[in-house]
Write a protein of this length. Sequence first.
Length: 439
Amino acid sequence: MNTDREKILAAAEGYREDMISFLRKMISIPSESAEEEGVVSCIMEEMKKNGFEDVGTDGLGNVIGWLGKGDKIIALDSHVDTVGIGNRDNWTNDPYEGFENDQVIYGRGASDQEGGMASALYGARIMKDLNMIPEGYRLMVVGSVMEEDCDGLCWQYIVNKDGIRPEFVISTEPTDGGIYRGQRGRMEIRVDVRGISCHGSAPERGENAIYKMADIINDVRALNNNGCEDSTQIRGLVKMLDPKYNPEHYEDARFLGRGTCAVSQIFYTSPSRCAVADSCAISIDRRMTAGETWESCIKEIEELPAVKKYGEDVKVSMYSYDRPSWKKEVYETECYFPTWVSGESEPHVKALVEAHKKLFGEKRMCPPGQEALRDRPLTDKWTFSTNGVSIQGRFGIPCVGFGPGAESQAHAPNEITWKDDLVRAAALYAAAIELYEKK
């Protein structure tokens, strides 16, 4: 079956106002990580209204709706938690009341990432209306929780606890009109340094943990900034783009971009403001490209000259996450979010590309005022992290992304998404899933 292009586009356009109304309802409900109960209830109500056959939540609090019958599963994933609003003075309008005009919808979660849920739910409705769900498949629409706090935790739960493993997953994270087939991974590293306190009037009697950490911080900065010449004592992370240092994965690394590391937090203890600090710790935000693992990233820090200089006074570790969900479920995991990339020729990627060409042509579609997007490759990658770190990064389940909105709107004040994006994404989901059946 190959449903007529005009029927799909007309069906998506017919649900424009429903998608807009649904998105504005979601935006109006504050839904930061671990506080999603209200928006989950809103989504369940919308799913039931649209004829989903089985709607409920799992033990973590992910909302899942099903359509179709069969042994194989294709999933549409949208995380439904948002970050907070930050400084309210940076918003020109109420971030939860929001507003709309002819082109955009305003409010926290518009692009990141409740707009994706609106398109996913109505994309599934289009498939139901037009009898487009492939024979032998069930369509799974997921509103996942806690992504902003711990990306991929929700899908660790879905796979490991719920025992659900789709054939492939479309992530509806914002993609600026492109089809995204990968992203850099990340991990959260902690470095602890011990010192010995003494009176600040005679600092030579102690060992200042802050001074030790200052040396380590300089080495972390060098690891991020340096080149990779043989003469360089600390070879920079750019080395992973070089086949000499990354022979098996350098091509994927060049596609995804180089890894980075940045000191993001610093902590200390001291008996008083008149004493030498007896401990210091930092957090490192580490972005990983293809060919890097959590083991290699930890070892890189352990091998820094300043870390080796201070020996047993230094401990390098990885953070873990154990915050209870809105259902009070604790599902502890290490703060490691693997890199992933899908090949352009893989069936799940080709299905989205062919669907885009069928519906919209070979160029990215773009909102008014964003015409430069049309010059970017149709198939590309995310800059930020997504649930793909678990879906494909941990479990090897094929993943590909297409979603309404813009990456630049994520976590920013005055967040918006575009109404046309909602309609286009819903249409593309329906067309792509039908095309995947032919592979």
